[in-house]
Design a protein around this ligand. Structure first.
Ligand code: NAP
Length: 310
């Protein structure tokens, strides 16, 4: 069985199954990484204003020579811009040097109130994050729908949204999010969240598929054993897992060899092996790696949930 190269969003647009992540890709590295990836056949780049490197990402796109229209480009509304979606979007478009995005996501269901402490991560006098808990996320989504309807972005979605947050948003959305981008890997398979999203036509995108910095999940013995069985790298098992499940996957690398293997060394996994991967978290290995200190629970109760095929 050959693996899908693309999935279809609820807008009807095709999205490449593998996208290049750019978080923590340093200045001086990310431009080359993006240019190399696009020349090597990637057609999907995952960016964000908070990564602080969108200018270089845009330069890498130009360097690659690949036409803009052939690239699926995502960026994300930062937390300080919830009341001003059009302005937040404009900053990313300008930095990236493009006039539209293929996908724009609300980066977190968390509004931060700008103050003089820090331009993007403002804190209160006591050092806690300057979060506005009273902010109505439906208003942010209403403004996301506006930039979608005028065509500045071809699709809109969310990132880091748990079921309770989505249930709340569902009460007022007129455009169903195309995507929910969340931490997703065999140690955090999020079975219930996937089922909820799939029932509504929301595609999941897997971030930190290798466990983020240093790819720690690749060292897991079950992953290593499966890599030996399929004669591929552990990273290839972790990336292939998502495509086999029907989710987009966003591995980050600035190394040419890894950028190549991360989209070319993919394998079709037997159902029994998918079941093993789907069950690892429930066997006591559940782990969430990205836990920013927003100061409150984001409602992700489902860390490993029941194992079921969805
Ligand atoms: N929406 C959100 O809140 C959110 C949060 C986190 C991430 N993301 C997105 O998801 C992307 C991926 O997540 P991530 O950056 O956290 O981590 P990741 O892709 O799970 O892992 C990246 C780490 O693995 C290494 N690596 C890459 N390919 C490898 C391979 N084949 N073998 C061994 N090591 C390998 C990378 O090093 P080298 O670069 O040196 O290869 C880097 O240290 C991000 O870049 C970002 O675009 C979104």
């Amino acid at each position: 069985m050959s693996l899908p190269t693309h999935f279809t969003l609820n807008t009807g647009a095709k999205i490449p199954a593998v996208g290049l992540g750019t978080w923590q890709s340093k200045p001086g590295e990310v431009r080359k990484a993006v240019a190399y990836a696009l020349k090597d056949g990637y057609r999907h780049i995952d960016a964000a204003l908070i990564y602080g490197n969108e200018v270089e990402v845009g330069q890498g796109i130009v360097d690659s020579g690949v036409p803009r229209k052939d690239i699926f480009l995502t960026s994300k509304l930062w937390n300080t811009d919830h009341p001003n979606v059009a302005e937040g979007l404009e900053k990313s478009l300008k930095s990236l040097g493009v006039d539209y995005l293929d996908l724009y996501l609300i980066h977190w269901p968390v509004r931060l109130v700008p103050n003089e402490s820090h331009p993007l991560l403002p804190v209160n006098p006591d050092g806690t994050r300057a979060v506005d808990r009273a902010w109505n996320m439906s208003e942010t989504w209403r403004q996301m729908e506006e930039v979608y309807k005028i065509g500045k972005v071809k699709a809109i979605g969310v990132a880091n949204w748990s079921i309770p947050y989505l249930e709340d948003l569902e009460k007022s959305w007129t455009v169903v999010p195309a995507v929910n981008q969340v931490e997703l890997h065999p140690l955090l398979p999020q079975h219930e969240l996937r089922a909820w999203c799939h029932q509504r036509g929301i595609l999941l995108e897997a971030y930190s598929p290798l466990g983020s910095t240093g790819a720690p999940i690749a060292a897991d013995e079950a992953i290593q054993a499966m890599a030996a069985k399929y004669n591929v790298s552990p990273a290839a098992i972790l990336i292939s897992y998502h495509i086999n499940r029907g989710d987009v996957v966003l591995p980050k690398s600035v190394s040419e060899g890894r950028i190549t293997s991360n989209h070319k060394e993919l394998v079709s996994l037997e159902q029994a092996d998918l079941d093993v991967l789907n069950g690892l978290a429930a066997q006591g290995k559940a782990k969430r790696i990205n836990t920013p200190l927003w100061g409150f629970d984001l409602g992700f109760a489902d860390w490993y949930g029941p194992v079921k095929s969805v």
